[in-house]
Design a protein around this ligand. Structure first.
Ligand code: COA
Length: 277
């Protein structure tokens, strides 16, 4: 795929296993247009098995992460175009949930500024979220007469406390990044000038870990949420066996030998020596 042809998205491979995907409509605060949705579907499909991508970072161009759906291009302009609306909605759901939440590598939302409405879906679809102290979050749907739809209502009910989800969706009150971290909408907020370095440090540490183990952990944790105790126990046992079968570097066996026989590491304090996988 020729990333240079993209117009609403930018892709930068950093050369160290981290790939930065940037929503790129800064003049519209990276509001999501149908074109952005279509491009993101292609980009995520391309990067999923890309050898140079071990960690994906999702950010926004300029001073905004994502101002939600483009109220003109995604909503009003498509109101009387059922086919275009159908295709845009499919793409919108496909990249922000189907592809991103199951992306086979770790994903980090690097929230550099505004994050409103529909942007909460990709925020939750990412495994990690780090924001700049000056970022602003908001469930602003109520302010313009709609509900937090298109999965927003679902991800906030799964991810926030009932009190916080209701508070922010019914008041439409913006929240700063410190509050977002305090209610666990994000992992942490850092000074704006540190955002990139902090994100890259996390990406670098994830890049060094066993990729098949990371993939199985994220799949397991996402799917186990909706299961009963019995289902979860059985599913996790099956995933454990699947990991042993699929892991090309036999991490479990290596790590066990290094701890029990070689006594060269402490699993509680750091990871086993992967050698040169
Ligand atoms: N849809 C369409 N256009 C949007 C947009 C959106 N969600 N968010 C911003 N824009 C456009 C503005 O219309 C403006 O376009 P123009 O330059 O052609 O007039 C441009 O982006 C810049 O926006 P502006 O409001 O001037 O920038 P700002 O920095 O003062 O404020 C925001 C930024 C994000 C606070 C403000 O634009 C806003 O509230 N946007 C809507 C956010 C929202 O409620 N999203 C939920 C949608 S689900």
């Amino acid at each position: 795929m020729d990333f240079k042809k993209l117009q609403a998205v930018k892709v930068d491979r950093e050369g160290d296993g981290t790939t930065i995907v940037t929503l790129n409509r800064p003049e519209k605060r990276n509001a999501m247009s149908p074109q952005m949705h279509f491009e993101m579907v292609d980009v995520l499909k391309e990067l999923a098995e890309d050898r140079e991508t071990r960690v994906l970072v999702l950010t926004g161009a300029g001073d905004s992460w994502c101002a939600g759906q483009d109220i003109k291009l995604f909503f009003r302009d498509l109101d009387d175009k059922p086919k275009e609306r159908y295709l845009a909605r499919l793409a919108n759901h496909e990249w922000r949930w189907t592809l991103l939440s199951t992306f086979p590598k770790p994903t980090i939302a690097m929230v550099n500024g505004y994050c409103f409405g529909g942007a909460f879906v990709q925020l939750y679809a990412c495994d990690f979220a780090i924001a700049a102290d000056n970022a602003t979050f908001g469930l602003s749907e109520v302010n313009w007469g709609i509900l937090p739809g298109g999965l927003v209502g679902k991800v906030i009910m799964d991810g926030l406390s009932y009190r916080d989800a209701v508070w922010y969706s019914m008041t439409g009150e913006p929240m700063d990044a410190k509050t977002a971290a305090a209610i666990r909408l994000i992992n942490k907020s850092v000074p704006a000038e540190m955002l990139r370095a902090e994100t890259m440090a996390l990406a670098a540490s994830l890049s060094k870990k066993n990729p098949q183990t990371l993939r199985t952990i994220k799949e397991s944790l996402r799917f186990v949420r909706g299961m009963s105790i019995e289902q979860a126990a059985d599913y996790l046992l099956a995933k454990e066996r699947e990991l042993r079968f699929l892991d090309p570097e036999s991490g479990r066996e290596k790590a066990t030998t290094q701890f029990l026989e070689e006594k060269t590491y402490r699993p509680g304090l750091g990871e086993y020596n992967r050698g040169n996988p």
